[in-house]
Design a protein around this ligand. Structure first.
Ligand SMILES: CC(C)(COP(=O)(O)OP(=O)(O)OC[C@H]1O[C@@H](n2cnc3c(N)ncnc32)[C@H](O)[C@@H]1OP(=O)(O)O)[C@@H](O)C(=O)NCCC(=O)NCCS
Length: 183
């Protein structure tokens, strides 16, 4: 049974657990070349079996953080808009890699910027990360902008860093450090 959670972003959007009822919406939103092009691990074609696998995977609590590390992005009526989460490396708990996507009908409204802001807050406050990273394919300026607007620094350009479907892809690595507050 998935942990039920609702994290408010603002009056319009929130983060929740993925639900078994999301299968159709996941396929409708993710089975498009636009989503495949700039992401590393979203399958193409995206089938119902991929959605079911993902829901099972994403609703597990992380063994170290004892909480969800992947969330569905929804509007106030519960409609699925996209997803966001931390990609975590076993044994590494001071740093998390953020990954996110939105269905194409919802692009260009500032949603990703607001959602990334909230998830960074969760990463620093709840998971106690010292650093949050994101790798962005070189041909994804919208995602670079989302990160820049959230205080991430472009830490460098990594050549042929990803191999996807036989194609070598250059990327930028972005990082945001925890800001220590002094009292
Ligand atoms: C990347 C993605 C999440 C952005 O979501 P979004 O909600 O449309 O993003 P926002 O509206 O918050 O911000 C987008 C910013 O990029 C800018 N932008 C969009 N297309 C751009 C382009 N071709 N060149 C430069 N900037 C661009 C927008 O103008 C906006 O910046 P602004 O507010 O300064 O004007 C969305 O396009 C997506 O899901 N893409 C496919 C999956 C993906 O690439 N995920 C990220 C993997 S690293």
């Amino acid at each position: 049974m998935a942990t039920k959670t609702t994290i408010s972003i603002n009056d319009e959007y929130c983060l929740t657990e993925y639900r078994e009822t999301d299968v159709r919406q996941l396929v409708d939103l993710l089975d498009t070349p636009e989503l495949y092009k700039t992401t590393f691990s979203i399958p193409s074609p995206y089938k119902e079996s991929d959605a079911k696998y993902w829901i099972q995977f994403a609703t597990r609590q992380h063994p170290h953080f004892k909480t969800l590390t992947n969330w569905a992005i929804r509007d106030k009526n519960g409609k699925l808009l996209g997803g966001i989460g931390f990609i975590l490396t076993e044994g590494v708990t001071h740093r998390g890699e953020v990954g996110y996507w939105l269905g194409t009908p919802f692009w260009g409204r500032g949603i990703a910027t607001q959602v990334v802001a909230k998830v960074c807050e969760i990463g620093f406050e709840q998971f106690d990360f010292d650093k949050i990273t994101a790798h962005v394919f070189s041909f994804n300026p919208a995602s670079c902008r989302v990160l820049e607007k959230n205080g991430f620094e472009n830490e460098g350009f990594v050549k042929k860093h990803f191999c996807k479907n036989g194609q070598l892809i250059d990327a930028y690595i972005f990082g945001r450090l925890r800001v220590e507050t002094t009292s």
